[in-house]
Design a binder for this molecule. Structure first.
Ligand code: NAD
Ligand code: SER
Length: 322
């Protein structure tokens, strides 16, 4: 649209675990009117609870994304809409369609409207042949369909960067732990569910083995990492920009249960692994985030005990408000 400065932000998948908190952070930083939340679900609202707009948008509808970006003067997309690993393995076709198809739609819109883009990748890009402390650069042979879609997402981001000059950045998020919105059907959901169960029932039956060790991060750190990467000067970013490993925590399910038991009297945890154990076993225990540290100075702030305290405090306050 002539004369319109394209500086608004569009978030896809905004009602999910990450979107709920990213929209809040972006609205705080840029002003509520400059951040458009969108999802395939929810109501169209001119003014949502935190003062911004929410629109219904299916990320498979490229034309709708382009029209919205042109009409509203969008300059940046945070593309969060996707199916996570556990849901994705139950419905691989839909997982490929939404995760790869949605990414192509967003990148095509970025090409048409000269947008900057953030697309999350995941530790699920690694397969069982990767070192258990996964380096930034190694063979990516995931055994989950979800992981395949995340590798494809990184490759697409690199392709659009190289062929079309689109500024696309991404982080290989570890399992994210938060309390503001429910976890969205991933393998790492046990590390979220366990907190609500501890406060409600003082008991959790965990769906992975006690010795299952995975990279994890508290949501406050994940949001901060996302904003830091998007604020970084483009000429500081090297070839890993489509999917950075980032330094984070690494603990077993049993260590998490023990850390919670120190804070919640009488809390106990059993372990009854299901199919999600297979996905967890195919991922690394920890990742080497030294390139993200060098290029945009990333380091996390929460350790396991601090994260457990923050989660229990946040959830208790939320339950009081309910
Ligand atoms: P989530 O499942 O909580 O939210 C995803 C949102 O996408 C949902 O609100 C859903 O309604 C929406 N959605 C689904 N299909 C859509 C479509 N066709 N059009 C528009 N919206 C649609 O997921 P999340 O945890 O917030 O994850 C966001 C991104 O981060 C995903 O790409 C995911 O792979 C990645 N990631 C998440 C984690 C984690 O632990 N949460 C870890 C690694 C990577
Ligand atoms: N936390 C995500 C999942 O378990 C990893 O991308 O699916």
């Amino acid at each position: 649209m002539p004369g319109l400065v394209a500086d608004k932000i569009l978030v896809t998948g905004a009602l999910g675990q990450i979107g709920t908190e990213l929209v809040e952070a972006l609205r705080e930083k840029h002003g509520p009117a400059n951040v458009i939340a969108s999802d395939i679900r929810g109501e169209n609202t001119k003014a949502s609870t935190n003062g911004g707009v929410h629109v219904l948008l299916d990320v498979l509808d490229t034309e709708a994304i382009i029209t919205l970006c042109r009409q509203e003067g969008v300059g940046t997309i945070y593309h969060l809409a996707a199916l996570l690993s556990a849901t994705g393995e139950q419905n691989p076709e839909l997982c490929r369609k939404v995760n790869v198809g949605g990414t192509i739609s967003v990148l095509e819109a970025a090409k048409e409207c000269s947008l900057r883009v953030f697309i999350p990748s995941s530790i699920a890009v690694f397969g069982p042949d990767a070192p258990k402390h996964a380096p930034q650069v190694t063979a990516l042979n995931p055994t989950t369909v979800y992981g395949e879609t995340k590798v494809k997402g990184e490759l697409l981001a690199q392709e659009y960067w190289e062929k079309h000059g689109i500024d696309v950045r991404g982080i290989r998020y570890p399992g994210l732990i938060s309390y503001k919105a429910p976890a969205g059907g991933g393998t790492t959901d046990y590390a979220v569910e366990i907190f609500e169960a501890a406060l409600k029932d003082r008991y959790y039956n965990c769906f992975v083995r006690p010795d299952t060790r995975l990279p994890m991060l508290y949501m406050d750190d994940a949001i901060r990492a996302t904003l830091m990467l998007m604020d970084a000067q483009v000429d500081t970013l090297g070839p890993s920009k489509a999917g950075y490993n980032i330094d984070c925590q690494s603990f077993t399910a049993e260590e998490l249960a023990q850390a919670i038991a120190k804070e919640v009297d009488g809390f106990t945890c059993d372990f009854s692994p299901d199919v999600r154990q297979t996905y967890a076993d195919s991922w690394p225990d920890s990742v080497d985030g030294s390139i993200a540290k060098q290029e945009w100075n990333w380091s996390p702030t929460y350790d396991l005990d601090e994260m457990v305290k923050a989660m229990l405090h946040g959830l208790s306050n939320k339950q009081e408000v309910r």
